[in-house]
Design a protein around this ligand. Sequence first.
Ligand SMILES: Cc1ncc(C[n+]2csc(CCOP(=O)(O)OP(=O)(O)O)c2C)c(N)n1
Length: 546
Amino acid sequence: MKATDLFIKSLEKEGIEYIFGVPGEENLDLLESLRKSHIRLILTRHEQAAGFMAATYGRLTGRVGLCLSTLGPGATNLVTSAAYAQLGAMPLMMITGQKPISKSKQGQFQIVDVVNMMRPLTKFTKQIVDANNIPSLVRECVRLAEEERPGAVHLELPEDVAVEDVPERYIKSSYFRRPYAGKKVTDRAVELISKSKRPLLLIGAAANRNRTCTALRKFVDKTGMYFFNTQMGKGVVDERSPYYLGTAALSDHDYLHCAIDRADLIVNVGHDIIEKPPFFMRNNGVKVIHINNFSARVDDVYFPQLEVLGDIANSVEKIAKGLNNKNVTSPKGFNKIKSELDKHIYDKKDDGRFPLIPQKIVADIRSAMPDDGIVTLDNGVYKIWFARNFHSYEPNTLILDNALATMGAGLPSAIGAKITMPQKKVLTVCGDGGFMMNSQEMETAVRLKLDLIVVILRDDAYGMIKWKQTGMGFKSFGLDYGNPDFVKYAESYGATGHRIISSDHFLSTLKECINSRGVQLIEVPVDYSENEKVLIEELKSLTCGL
Ligand SMILES: Cc1ncc(C[n+]2csc(CCOP(=O)(O)OP(=O)(O)O)c2C)c(N)n1
């Protein structure tokens, strides 16, 4: 069998549905094998975007997402997506081409040591030097990418290995269960929780798995323990719950921290410090129980006193059971704080201001999107507003990156989400800066005939950095730019463009777009004076006298 046929067949046996990518001449044998396969090639306009799409597929399904590029420049373009998947714990497999190992007539043309370039960004990276190893390497890559903590893996396929003739054989995945935490440690957790006067539950990214969501929803209902989440843990438990205190948009000194500072115990389910810290641990401060698949990385801001390691859902279930006959005292301490928090965060009167304020943009998107609709975010200051003000009702319905926090991922991850879950409404929110970093993927979305809503918040600047610049007391400098006419830009791709011209116009346009076919781009002028007013001035005078 030709090596590339064996490669593609091995991927088929792993259940791979899509390969996102930009082929180069070094991938042409693989492409020919792919042509004969039922795995669908999703051709993109940039390798980075292909990586973001594949990683998002991985994030939403728990199964590895695949992307493809050529050697040298194609592979270097995958670097950011590798980091995105690796830091964000998304199962991603990258396949890159390479010149023949044995002899090449092209000298060192386009040669970069891709395998080593990928080393700090992946769980595994290897050049295939013998096609006989393809079945085991594919299995090993899929296993590693999907296993907790999920992440990125990379295989390089040189042109001469790609055409080797090899026997057909496959390696099947083994049946396995993740190890469970022992009774001694879950009993210890039960004891700490039951002795605590003001415990709080923290829900992080690794809790965003089906079984864990179910276990946590039951845990909250049963114990009445108040909870907050990290940005990547949004939606694990329905945020309409009376026990939801908020999402850590900032690491410190936000309203939510008034509650966190009063807790004497934080039960951390699934947060690890690769995501921006939701709060800082301090010596002699709050105690933390770390419940995760793996041990905590110790850090100046995170040094838990107890670690419950093993399958998270199982640990949560065991602790819930252990708490059966014990009192959890949390509700008394936090109900007043919750109503105060809600008042400060959500009760911002919309005075019909135009350009729109971020709070209004968030509220309109929430009210227009169905409960299970998926919103993906690029990276900009609006991410803080979404973290604070957007209620997620279901797991993985607010897809944002608070680990690498890269710009440019919003549109590709929305495309990846729509391909993965075509039955769901998908909307992306991008700043004008982040959108323009991968806006070429509008063509991909239009070509694939996706129904997608692209909201661009227009402030003609790198707003997030402007906010930080102001916060640091510097004068405004170096962060303003111009933009294309986004409506015409959308139309030039065959998409539909809308420009918001008044405050009420946004919600009605959103509703229209959600019920329309094709790619709908909405340009929304945004008034970011609220960043300074609320996120700097108001929080500066926050005293937590709740
Ligand atoms: C690839 C990348 N480059 C730079 C940054 C640093 N950065 C974070 S937010 C931001 C500005 C984002 O601007 P925009 O997308 O317009 O959103 P806004 O904050 O204006 O809403 C920058 C430059 C980053 N996170 N990622």
